[in-house]
Ligand binder design. Sequence first.
Ligand code: FES
Length: 169
Amino acid sequence: MVSNQEERLREAEPAQEPDEKRATLKICQDHGSRPDNLIEVLHAVQARDGYLSDDSLRDIAACLNLTRAEVHGVASFYHDFRRIPPGKTVVKICLAEACQALGCDALKEHAEEVLSTDMGATSSDGEVSLEPVYCLGNCALGPAVMFNGDLYGRVTPEKLDSLVSGADI
Ligand code: FES
């Protein structure tokens, strides 16, 4: 028997591969197919794909019985959600207040220069994404950086350089 979510998902414009679509439906079902779990669903889909494609947003809207505009609005509002595929290496620099007091602005400028990309963008060769975050819960040890998912504190430009060279960017 075909569930209502499956029916709605099937009606959504075909775009994703069937396996991806099925996986999206499964994620929605794992979250009770409840619209109020939208943020958790978006996180789970991003964890799977690395970003939120238009196709995924369309399928999520169909699964959760939300409009595409509602889903798109939430995905665009939160800094944590990525709308384009990330680079192979993802560098997040905290730009919140405590880290500002400890020099994150200079670190951001240094990162943009050595990584050859602007904050909030991915280098043209697709190697690295530089992303802003607003508190990593490491305020006493700022500037704080998340480098490929690992948290670092008191990151100086020199320390960033060694992280970059270790990642062979
Ligand atoms: S303000 Fe940067 S980690 Fe909290």
